[in-house]
Design a protein around this ligand. Sequence first.
Ligand code: 13P
Length: 257
Amino acid sequence: MNKSNKRAIIVGNWKMNNNRAQTESLIKSLRPLVKNANCDVVICPPFTSIETAISKAAGSNMQIGAQNCHFARSGAYTGEISAYMLKEIGVSHVILGHSERRQYFAEKSSTVHLKLLSALDAGLTAIVCVGETLKQHENKTTTEIVSIQTKVALKGLRIEQMKNVIIAYEPVWAIGTGKTATSNQAAQVCGTIRKTVEQIFGSSASQALRILYGGSMNPTNCECLLSKDDIDGGLIGGASLRPADFSSIINFAGKNR
Ligand code: 13P
């Protein structure tokens, strides 16, 4: 499959930012700025702002995602929220295995795998994050780390489930640091992810898979990154909190097909 046959996707990960009033105002500012976007646009607010985001984005081309979910449908898991609960309120996507969850909440690839099964079963599209730490980057083990994370997360999935999976390559050392992987580095690792998926699911599933880059993407560096063959979109943190920056990334991604 040629890259131009795939719709680009730009996802905003707001992390733990924006209460309901701020969510309302940010979505209101974004609506006119992204209304002609020729790519998928997903915004992932914190749980408490999701319903506000869904109601304020209604009738627009923005979909609303979550930043995490639990792997069980329901049960004695204090403080957790299931994929089915997210689906029930109109969430379309969920980010899984973000490096901040791996780092601060000891989330492992095997847990990401369980969450992925649950998210897909609930009818969500999952954005599975993989990426190496600075130490792993310096030790030149990126390829190995990223392909193991990918394999463990996708273990045992049926090929048709891959339609609802997106993989995001986020080098941990590039998140919120202002450091970006060069477009060639990022494209090379995204190519490794695609090859790993090809080994498991074959060429047509791997070609159809959308792979995102995340880590200090902004309006200045997005052009180089998004023009690479193996990069089908972006997972944006800081810049997604600024309507002008986020919309210029979105509008560039839509044009670049
Ligand atoms: P920044 O764009 O702020 O580096 O964050 C990237 C990220 O973690 C998105 O999930």
